[in-house]
Every structure is written in structure tokens, then in C-alpha cells.
Design a binder for this molecule. Structure first.
Ligand SMILES: Cc1ncc(COP(=O)(O)O)c(C=O)c1O
Length: 465
């Protein structure tokens, strides 16, 4: 059997690893373009050797064609691949103390007041009076009232515009489902990869252009230090949907009031819908808006997707919400909220009532104080990282309104810097290109970690740079 260049390349796993190696490393198999399955084994020195070769004709297959959209996805999902790399690294170097500042997962325990509200709900379920089955698909009313009151006070967002979800990521996809496959989308470049990946899965993306690292039908709005990480809207083409994340993951930069005003004006002029991701709004320290609905006119062009994950350490509990204002209408005058409600009722049966009890506790005065304390802890971590890296002469962005530091290494490639940091300091970060071609030359460092790990990582960075 002839191996193609790609297969040969994959076999040299002891060479510089890149994200595309990871699925081979995990599944120990690889499909060749000629329709064969290669089975690998790993030698102790970490070289992979072919163990067996099976033709696709040798195994039972269904008659279902793989989705042509799924086939266009280039790699596995970024954060899953980074987590996989982390476990492979731990396997390979069991004696090394790896510090993970890669995937932005929270590490601090959930404050007791919130955990006990969930425990109370949970124990209540074992009693005849406390038991509850399905709730309203849109979410617990008390929680929706509390979000309207605490987060959207004076913004004329009614509780009935708010839908409780099992996390922001799920609603990003549910919203795509609602819009169908004929729409065009724009994203910040770099940004959170779920917008592009879910657009590919839905069929909005077009062909992948390898040289540019972009999908042909997606509009990439470049966000660099040169434009203060806000896109040049005067040269941005019209799209149906604009994904906008502020504070942005990964750059850590929050858009100012004037910038968001220009974004809303742009969407209004084009009749577009903004899908505004405010997952990190609790990290805003200056007067940047915490929600798009602080901007007049936004209710007619925007939905907002929000999350308790980074706000209350609910990455595992799973809770978020989405605001779909009744004023947001399709071209034929039909309210978007009606379709969103239909999707939610059909594809989602409501968030866990235990998680919702936790969410409600987060919004009480005492709960809010407790979660703000945890957010401040991560913000202090971010400040330590930024100060250390800046003191070493590095160009660092973010960290002030966000848990992420975005570090620029001029004239170097993200993967090369990522690997050098990993090999020499055993600190796991994320290469900027994982967030889009505009991330080339950057790495993202997360401040979600225990203080000792942040201080130790800083000591190691100092010895490297
Ligand atoms: C910008 C952004 N949006 C959404 C999410 C996903 O949030 P959730 O855990 O609520 O699904 C993340 C998670 O890292 C994120 O960074």
C-alpha cells in the first residue's frame, strides 16, 4: 500500500507536534485517502508505528453519507485537543509538574452559599413536597426575574425575553439551528472557535482556504493591536449574522461604549443580527458596557448569550441564559423570539432545576458578593501574569477586563512559541492560531488557576524569557 505525504508526515510523531496530530494520538487510528484504516501503536520513545492496515472494505459500513459540512472541519475542537495534549504530555513526562494555563476552566470551589442552595434543591427532590419534574422550557421564572432585575436593570429587558440554558455554547448552536444554512456570518479574528466551527457544521462556511487559514464564506473581522482589537467596520462587508464576543476570548479586550455603538449602527444599517457573547462580562473593570443592551437600538438587532460558567465556576454545573428581545424581527416582521422559543421547546427541555437553584443564589446579594470575590481572585491572577510578562519586555494585552492575557511574539509563529514554553517551562498555554488566523504570533495564557500555580508559572517564564 502506498502512503501519501500526509500519512508519512503523521507517522513522524516525534517531530514537532501540531494540533492535527492529536486525533491520531488519541484514537490510535487514521483514515488514509485511499480508504484504508491505519492502526498505530506507540513505542516507549513515543514514536508511532503502524500495527495493522485495514481496508475500509473489510469492515461493516452503513449506507449513510457523512455530512459534507462536517467533512469541512479542519481539526478537532480546539479546547478538547489542548486537553488531550495535556494528558498526553502528563503520560509522557509523569515526573514533570505541568502547569495548565491553557483551556480556560475554572479551578476555585463554588462559594458555599451557592453550593448549599443547589444541595437544598437536590435533597428536596427526595421529598414528596420538594419533588419537581419538568420545569418550563424557558427556565425557572424566579431566575428569569432575577436576571432581568440584576443584570438588565433599567434596560427594559423583560423576564420573558430571557431563556435559561445549559450554557452559552449550547445556545450558540441552537441559534444557528434556528437560522438555517443559507445565512452569511462574520466573526472577530481571532475569537472563540465555536462560532466558526458551528457555522461550518451548519453549512455557512464554504470551502476552507488552507493558505489563508480561513473558510471562504465566513467574513473574518481582523482584531489586532493596530485597530485596538476592534474591527474596521468601514471595510467590513455585510453579513446576515455578526458574532461578537466582548470581552473577547482570546484577546481579553472589551469593546468600549463608542465601539459597541458603531457595531449596533453597522448592524442596523445592514439589517443584520448581532449574536453578542457576554460570557466574560463579570470581568469588566472599567466602564465598558457589560451587555449589548446598554447601547440604544440594540434590542432591534441583537441577541445576547451569557453564562454562569466563568462568573460562578459553573463550567461543570452548566447554566447560562440567552436574551432574545421581542423587538428583534425577521425581514417579514415575524419575531425572532417566537422561533427561538420553538427551537428551545423542541430541542431542549429546560436547564437542570438544581443548577437553576444555584443560579438564583448567585444573584442574591450575598451570593453576588461571594462570586464577585472569586472573579476578583482570577483577576488578581491575571494582573500578576500581565505584570510579570510586561516586566520582561513582552507585549501583553488583555488581563484587565478578562481572565486571559494575550501575548504577542513579533515575527514568531504561535505554535513554535507554544511548544517552546511547554518544553522549557512545562506551562501549557494556547497557540493564538487556534482562535483564527489573526492569532498568529500570539499565545493565550489563562488566569484560571490556583495562586501558587500562577506564581510558579511566572517564576518559570522569568527563567525562559
Ligand atoms: C466566549 C465564550 N463563550 C461561551 C463559552 C462557553 O460557555 P459555557 O460553559 O456557558 O457553555 C466560553 C467558554 O470558554 C467562551 O469562552
Amino acid at each position: 500500500m502506498q502512503l501519501g505525504l500526509r500519512e508519512m508526515y503523521h507517522l513522524q510523531l516525534s517531530a514537532q507536534p501540531s494540533i492535527s496530530f492529536l486525533s491520531v494520538m488519541k484514537h490510535r487510528t487514521m483514515q488514509t485517502s485511499a480508504g484504508h484504516t491505519l492502526y498505530f501503536w506507540r513505542r516507549p520513545n513515543c514514536r508511532y508505528t503502524i500495527k495493522a492496515i485495514a481496508s475500509r472494505n473489510d469492515v461493516f459500513r452503513t449506507r449513510i453519507c457523512r455530512s459534507k459540512h462536517m467533512e469541512k472541519l479542519q481539526n478537532g475542537y480546539l479546547f478538547t485537543e489542548i486537553s488531550m495534549l495535556q494528558s498526553l504530555y502528563r503520560d509522557k513526562y509523569p515526573d514533570v509538574k505541568l502547569i495548565s494555563l491553557g483551556v480556560g476552566d475554572t479551578t476555585h470551589p463554588i462559594p458555599e452559599i451557592i453550593a448549599s442552595a443547589m444541595a437544598k434543591k437536590c435533597f428536596g427532590l427526595s421529598t414528596a413536597t420538594g419533588y419537581k419534574g419538568y420545569g418550563e422550557e424557558q427556565g425557572d421564572r424566579e431566575l428569569r426575574y432575577a436576571i432581568a432585575e440584576v443584570v438588565y436593570k433599567d434596560m427594559e429587558i423583560d423576564y420573558s425575553d430571557i431563556f435559561i440554558s445549559d450554557g452559552a455554547q449550547c445556545d450558540i448552536s441552537r441559534f444557528q439551528l434556528l437560522l438555517g444554512s443559507d445565512i452569511t456570518v462574520a466573526v472577530q479574528d481571532p475569537t472563540f472557535p465555536a462560532y466558526v466551527d458551528s457555522s461550518v457544521i451548519m453549512g455557512h462556511a464554504g470551502e476552507f482556504k488552507r493558505e489563508a487559514g480561513k473558510y471562504g464564506r465566513i467574513t473574518y473581522m481582523k482584531c489586532t493591536p493596530d485597530n485596538n482589537f476592534f474591527p474596521d467596520l468601514s471595510s467590513t462587508q455585510r453579513t446576515d449574522v455578526i458574532f461578537f464576543c466582548s470581552p473577547n476570548n482570546p484577546t481579553g479586550v472589551a469593546a468600549s461604549r463608542n465601539q459597541l455603538k458603531s457595531l449596533v449602527d453597522f448592524a442596523r444599517a445592514n439589517g443584520s443580527i448581532i449574536i453578542y457573547d457576554s460570557a466574560y462580562s463579570m470581568y469588566i473593570s472599567d466602564d465598558s458596557p457589560r451587555t449589548i443592551f446598554e447601547i440604544p437600538g440594540a434590542k432591534e438587532v441583537a441577541i445576547e448569550i451569557a453564562s454562569f460558567s466563568k462568573y460562578a465556576g459553573f463550567t461543570g454545573v452548566r447554566l447560562g441564559w440567552t436574551v432574545v428581545p421581542k423587538d428583534l424581527l425577521f425581514a417579514n416582521g415575524f419575531p425572532v423570539i417566537e422561533d427561538f422559543n420553538r427551537v428551545i421547546c423542541t430541542c431542549f427541555n429546560g436547564a437542570s432545576n438544581i443548577a437553576q437553584a444555584g443560579g438564583l443564589a448567585c444573584l442574591s446579594a450575598e451570593g453576588y458578593k461571594a462570586v464577585s470575590g472569586v472573579v476578583n481572585y482570577y483577576k488578581e491572577n491575571a494582573a500578576i501574569l500581565v505584570d510579570t510578562l510586561q516586566s520582561m519586555g513582552l507585549e501583553v494585552y488583555g488581563g484587565k477586563n478578562s481572565p486571559y492575557a494575550w501575548v504577542h511574539f513579533q515575527k514568531r509563529r504561535s505554535w513554535e512559541v507554544f511548544k517552546e514554553i511547554l518544553d522549557k517551562t512545562h506551562v501549557l498555554t494556547i497557540p493564538g492560531t487556534g482562535f483564527g488566523p489573526g492569532g498568529e504570533g500570539f499565545i493565550r495564557i489563562s488566569s484560571f488557576a490556583h495562586r501558587e500555580s500562577i506564581l510558579e508559572a511566572c517564576r518559570r517564564f522569568k527563567s525562559l524569557f
